[in-house]
Design a protein around this ligand. Structure first.
Ligand SMILES: Nc1ncnc2c1ncn2[C@@H]1O[C@H](COP(=O)(O)OP(=O)(O)OP(=O)(O)O)[C@@H](O)[C@H]1O
Length: 406
C-alpha cells in the first residue's frame, strides 16, 4: 500500500493525535500533494488514499474526523459510481462521519445524489483554497471530534461472488424483509448482517443473540440478528412465527452455518417461509482467492497500525501461498494469521497445516483434543452438531473446548 503521507516529512503531522485528522480520497497525486500542503499548514493532519480499498483500510486503522471524497478513481472514470459506492461503505463503517464530496468531471447532479446518500456537503473542483479550508473547519467544529470508537469492521469485497452478495444485501437493506444469511463459520455472516442493519431504515440499536443460549425472544421489535437459528427450540420457533405474523413484527436477520435446504429440516415450515424471504449464501474463503489477496493487504495495514509495528512486506509469492491454504475457519482464521505475521514480524502461515498433521506419538490428551477439533471443523464449529457426533452434551463439549483452547 503506497501513500505519500510520509514523504513530506518536514511538515508531517500524521503522528500528532491532538490535531483534527482528514482523509482525502483522490487518485490524482498532484492534487493530493496540494491538499496535503494546504491543510498541514493550517494544523489539520491529512491522510491520503488513492482508491476505495485503500480508503477503507485507512479509515479502519486511523482516527479520521472528516473525509474529503473525490468520486472517480480509475483512469477515465467520470460517472462518480466508484465514489458513491465508497460513500455508502464509509457511512456503514462510521454513520456520523462527515464526508465532503469533491466533484469535477461528474458535475452537480452527482453531487446532489451524494448528498441524498448521506454526504455532508460538496465542493467543486478546482476548489478555492480559502473556501475549502473554511468549509472543512466549520464542519469539524459542528461535528466535533469523533474518532469512531463505534466503527464497524470493514467488509472487504474483491471477488465477484462477494460483490454480488453485497450488492443484493444493500438493495434489500432498506426494506423490512427478513434475511437468511448462511455460510460456514468465520465467513462474514455477522459482518454482512450488521451492514444490512446499518443501511436499513431502523434507527434503534440491533438486538443480537444466539438461538443456542436463548430462553426467550426479545420483548422489543426493531432488528434482531439471531445466530445459529437452527438451534431455536420448537416452542420459540412457534413464538417467533406468531411475532412475525403479528402487527409490528421484528425484522429478523437469521444466521446459520447450514445451507438453506439443510436448515429446512430444523425449522418449522411457517417460520422458514418468513426467514427465507431473502437468502444470502456466503461461500468459503478458499473458493474466492481474490478476496484472500485483498483481505491480506487490508489486515496487514490494519494490524500494523493497531499494534504500532512496521507493516511486513507482502509480494505475489506470499499471496499465492495464502491462496494455497484451505482456511477451515475462513476469514476469522486469515485475520488471526495476518495479525500473527504483523506481531511476530515474520511470515509463518502454516498453522492449520500443522494442526492437520497427525503427530507420531500422541498422548490421550492430544488424541482427545484432535478428535474434538476435527469434529468441530467438520461441523463448521457448530457446537450442537459436533457434540451430537461426539456423543457429548453441549456443556461437556464446551468444557473440553475451553480446556484445549479451541
Ligand atoms: N469480507 C470481510 N472483510 C473483512 N473482514 C471480514 C470479512 N468477512 C469476515 N471478516 C472478519 O472475520 C471475522 C469473522 O467474521 P464473522 O463473525 O462475521 O463471521 P461469521 O460467519 O458470523 O462466523 P460464525 O458463524 O463463526 O459466528 C470477523 O473478525 C470479521 O470482521
Amino acid at each position: 500500500m503506497t501513500t505519500f503521507r510520509n514523504e513530506l516529512s518536514e511538515t508531517d503531522t500524521s503522528h500528532d493525535v491532538d490535531l483534527p485528522c482528514l482523509l482525502f480520497v483522490d487518485d490524482d497525486r498532484d492534487i493530493q500533494i496540494a491538499a496535503c500542503l494546504l491543510f498541514q499548514r493550517r494544523g489539520i493532519k491529512i491522510l491520503s488514499a488513492y482508491d476505495a480499498a485503500e480508503a477503507l483500510t485507512v479509515l479502519a486503522s486511523h482516527p479520521v474526523d472528516l473525509v474529503l471524497l473525490d468520486l472517480n478513481y480509475s483512469k477515465g472514470a467520470r460517472s462518480g459510481a466508484e465514489g458513491l459506492a465508497l460513500l455508502k461503505d464509509i457511512l456503514v463503517l462510521r454513520r456520523d462521519l462527515p464526508v465532503l464530496v469533491v466533484t469535477g468531471h461528474s458535475g452537480v447532479s452527482i453531487a446532489v445524489e451524494a448528498m441524498r446518500t448521506g454526504a455532508t456537503d460538496f465542493v467543486m473542483k478546482p476548489w478555492n483554497n480559502d473556501r475549502l479550508v473554511s468549509l472543512v473547519t466549520s464542519v469539524l467544529e459542528k461535528c466535533g471530534r469523533n474518532h469512531g470508537s463505534d466503527a464497524e469492521p470493514v467488509l472487504i469485497a474483491a471477488s465477484e461472488a462477494i460483490k454480488r452478495i453485497v450488492t443484493e444485501a444493500d438493495r434489500i437493506a432498506p426494506t423490512r424483509a427478513c434475511v437468511l444469511v448462511s455460510g460456514p463459520s468465520g465467513v462474514g455472516k455477522m459482518l454482512l448482517a450488521r451492514r444490512i442493519h446499518a443501511l436499513s431504515q431502523e434507527a434503534g440499536p440491533v438486538q443480537s443473540f444466539s438461538a443456542e443460549d436463548c430462553d426467550d425472544l426479545p420483548e422489543e421489535g426493531g432488528v434482531w440478528i439471531c445466530r445459529e437459528i437452527e438451534a431455536l427450540s420448537p416452542t420459540l420457533q412457534r413464538r417467533l412465527t406468531d411475532r412475525l405474523d403479528g402487527s409490528a413484527p421484528p425484522r429478523v436477520i437469521a444466521l446459520t452455518s447450514l445451507d438453506p435446504a439443510a436448515l429446512s429440516a430444523h425449522l418449522q415450515p411457517k417460520l422458514m417461509l418468513h426467514l427465507g424471504m431473502v437468502r444470502l449464501v456466503l461461500p468459503p474463503l478458499r473458493e474466492r482467492p481474490e478476496d484472500i489477496a485483498a483481505l491480506a493487504s487490508h489486515f496487514l495495514h490494519y494490524f500494523s497500525v493497531r499494534h504500532g509495528l512496521p507493516e511486513p512486506e507482502c509480494d505475489t509469492s506470499r499471496i499465492a501461498a495464502l491462496q494455497a491454504e484451505t482456511w477451515p475457519q475462513n476469514v476469522r482464521e486469515l485475520r488471526a494469521a495476518i495479525e500473527r505475521v504483523v506481531i511476530m514480524g515474520e511470515w509463518q502461515i502454516s498453522a492449520n497445516k500443522a494442526a492437520n498433521q497427525t503427530p507420531e506419538l500422541q498422548t490421550l490428551r492430544d488424541t482427545e483434543k484432535s478428535l474434538v477439533e476435527a469434529a468441530l471443523r467438520r461441523h463448521s464449529f457448530n457446537v450442537t452438531q459436533a457434540a451430537r457426533e461426539l456423543g457429548l452434551t453441549r456443556p461437556a463439549l464446551y468444557r473440553r473446548m475451553a480446556r484445549y483452547g479451541l
